[in-house]
Design a binder for this molecule. Sequence first.
Ligand SMILES: [Zn+2]
Length: 389
Amino acid sequence: MSQSDRPEAPSPATVANGSSVAATTARVENPAATATISSSLRLRLNPNKEHRAEEYEDLQLEYCPAIFTALESYLPPSMLNTRREDKAKFMHDILAKYMPRTEQTRIQKLRAYRLRIIANYRPLYRELYTLNPTAFFVPAFVKAINENTEQSFRSIISEPSPGIFTFQMLQPRICELFLSEIENFEKFVAETKFRIMRPNIMNKYGVVLDDFGLGPMLEKLMEGFIRPLSRVFFPEIGSSLDSHHGFVVEYGKDKAVDMGFHVDDSEVTLNVCLGKEFSGGELFFRGTRCEKHVNTSTYTEEYFGYSHKPGRAVLHRGRHRRGAKATTSGHRVNLLLWCRSSVFREVKRYQNDCSSWCGECSKTKKERQNSLITATKSVLLAKKGESTS
Ligand SMILES: [Zn+2]
């Protein structure tokens, strides 16, 4: 089984993990940065909730400006009202300790690559680049998200198999606009002979939406719409989704035929069918697994097949093992949003016990509990037998 479905785009930066960002220990990957930093350089454990953080968009920064805004309320009290440049420098020095130089170089290169595309590519439909919920989504979906309760979500979302959620999401018109925009971008790539990066090693047909300006829209989609669903449906991840990788995949003649068995490099995956006309292409699911159990067999109750319908979304954990059957005719285009959580990944590194969300781990845990109950029962019965005899 292929487990290396890693994207060519960046994985999330392991920075700004709330209170865990304290620059007291040095990382060996970045000796240049550590040499200039005093060990007293640290953030507060809890943010100053009254503080209004500044915007950093207009400064030339090595890291994403949003990180600086998010981090600002964790600054030491004496720093909060100093010059914006000084705060940026302070936070930059801390961030530099947490991101190896190679990672910084990779991100810089990616940013330059994206800027080059955006400077040359002229979007067809500007309205796709800013998320307007009523134009994008079907009314029931908008209503459920606004109500933001498990009950409202359950009223429009079905869970045909544990951990797999399906719902009507995109307006037909928006699907059409997306299809035209993607076609237009592919045309631009072909005409200009621009060498683009494909979504990941398993998807050679498709484009990364973040590369040509759709990143901010997708970030809003994750923050405002997927995060609330994740909080309810994937408790171990909760509201911690903090970065994404968005792309489309294309199946059909002269495109990919099927998709091998795999797991994603994401915590939560949103998969929406954009169209067009097609037959085949069903997804087959085979249960969620942790790294240790990724190749274990599938239990009967974990087998599930899903047929795509334009505008309809399927939401599941990235570790839900699956593949796509051959698209036998027509042309199928799907939008994928891999949502990631740096907090979840960090916590997982220190976890030794089994994962509640892994089918194999929970099975083992249940069996252990059952045998414990049986053993306790027999001890108690034996005791009872002794006392009554
Ligand atoms: Zn497991």
